[in-house]
Design a protein around this ligand. Sequence first.
Ligand code: HEC
Length: 119
Amino acid sequence: MRRLTTALCAVAAAVALSGPVAAASQDELIEEGRAVYHDKTRGNCISCHNINDPIANLPGSQGPMMIAMQQRFPDKRKLRAQIWDATVANPLSIMPPIGKHWILSEDEIDAVVEYIYQY
Ligand code: HEC
């Protein structure tokens, strides 16, 4: 009986770990992107782009609002490329080339993309 209980516990633990872990990592990515987006010492995207998130604090309006991202960027790679280097699409862009100038790491850019892609 004790062995059966141990085995059942192991199965239950495995089931409990497998599902939520995958979901949590996507949630964690979005949370990380959210932190980067609003942090004035990191991405500081909020200083130019408003976004419909209650934590938005003193949003700027030099860039377009982050809205309808999936419709406007059906290809997520194009959205990422825009953030990585806005001067490709607009050589006179005032948006800093976030990836090219190492303002954010590649992982942080991935996280920001996931975050804004929800809006
Ligand atoms: C100094 C202001 C500034 C900052 C900081 C800034 N942007 Fe921009 N961004 C702009 C402007 C202006 C545009 C409009 C296109 C252009 O001029 O290049 C733009 C365009 C964009 C676009 C394309 C939107 C569209 O509707 O086509 C995205 C996506 C974007 N920015 C995301 C970000 C993210 C994410 C960050 C933070 C990591 C960020 N921006 C930081 C000014 C800024």
